[in-house]
Design a protein around this ligand. Structure first.
Ligand SMILES: Cc1cc2nc3c(=O)[nH]c(=O)nc-3n(C[C@H](O)[C@H](O)[C@H](O)COP(=O)(O)O)c2cc1C
Length: 310
């Protein structure tokens, strides 16, 4: 169950800073990796595609593989993502150490990443998708439980990790409302190898989000989160205040149609105005540099370990 130290190097905290649509950018990723967490970004945040080439070159240049944690690039594997194979070619060119795939599991993508020694982590919301991902050649899994920001699952984290660990011994990270070092340790105690932390990083100086959004995360608590499929066709968690600001009643949102899902060209508007966010943000109370947030997680993790082992 332990992570391969040649792949998961220089980590001060056993956790991945999750990819955030629009929000993650090279400044954030570099800060995360330098502070000792795996940093990541969705490749579609780099638009047009030429920018992806530049971003990957810069990240490789600024990170020192001897001292910094590796980075990950997130690929949305969905028919509406017409850039997928071109983006994968750039990951191959720049040897992205880790590729995180979301939605579909495709053998070709996994083979391309393996061709240069990279590894693929696939995110799943249930055991059926987990089996499918591993059958298609993914190396590890990210279990997205209820309460996660973005397109969250509905299952309890305990249920997901327990079922996955019955048959899978490879790298396994837990996603959903993790926003303290204590919770990262809890994920490990449960059977995962580490945590996967998204929303907490919205409240960082480097995040590409408006000041109001960052402050909304710092001020918000679990009760401020609404679960709806209205905005993308798939159920996800959002900050209530942004839904109200858009003139909608968060308590009476209509159902949406899953065929609306589109990860193609510039369909970013819904995510700019309607703020994706998980339920864990009660643990976040200020906007600060990503390195300070990670220092906070590391201190909490060490204190929790000392407490539990005492
Ligand atoms: C604003 C926002 C955007 C997200 N965008 C993506 C994305 O582009 N690709 C992806 O795989 N996951 C995306 N996610 C999900 C995260 O990667 C991660 O699973 C989630 O944030 C973890 O839960 P937490 O926010 O409670 O920590 C997004 C989440 C948020 C909050």
């Amino acid at each position: 169950m332990a992570l391969d130290p040649t792949k998961f190097k220089n980590m001060r905290l056993p956790a991945i800073a999750a990819p955030l649509f629009i929000i993650s950018n090279p400044d954030l990723v570099i800060a995360q990796c330098k502070a000792g967490m795996i940093g990541s970004f969705p490749s579609l945040n780099a638009r047009p595609i030429e920018q992806l080439d530049e971003w990957l070159a810069r990240i490789n240049e600024e990170l020192d593989p001897e001292t910094d944690a590796p980075f990950a690039v997130n690929q949305i594997v969905h028919k509406s993502n017409t850039r997928l194979m071109e983006d994968i070619e750039l990951c191959v060119k720049h040897k992205a150490p880790i590729v995180i795939t979301s939605l579909g599991a495709v053998e070709e993508v996994n083979q391309a990443v393996h061709s240069y020694g990279g590894i693929v982590l696939h995110d799943i919301i249930n055991d059926r998708f987990a089996h499918k991902a591993i059958e298609k050649g993914a190396d590890g899994l990210i279990a997205v439980a209820s309460g996660a920001g973005g397109h969250a699952g509905t299952l309890s984290p305990f249920a997901l990790i327990q079922e996955t660990r019955q048959w899978f011994n490879g790298p396994l990270f837990l996603s959903g409302s993790i926003a303290t070092g204590d919770a990262v340790l809890a994920a490990q105690a449960m059977g995962a190898d580490g945590g996967y932390i998204g929303s907490a990083f919205i409240a960082t100086d480097e995040a590409r989000a408006s000041e109001a959004y960052k402050q909304g995360v710092a001020d918000g608590r679990a009760n401020d989160i609404v679960y709806t499929n209205l905005f993308t066709g798939i159920h996800g968690n959002y900050l209530k205040g942004s839904i109200e600001a858009a003139g909608l009643d968060p308590n009476n949102l209509p159902e949406s149609d899953p065929t609306k899902m589109n990860f193609g060209s510039n369909d970013a508007k819904a995510w700019k105005d309607i703020w994706g966010c998980g339920q864990g943000i009660g643990a976040i109370d200020k906007v600060q540099p990503a390195s300070k947030l990670i220092d906070q997680f590391v201190a909490q993790y060490e204190a929790a370990k000392a407490r539990v082992c005492a």
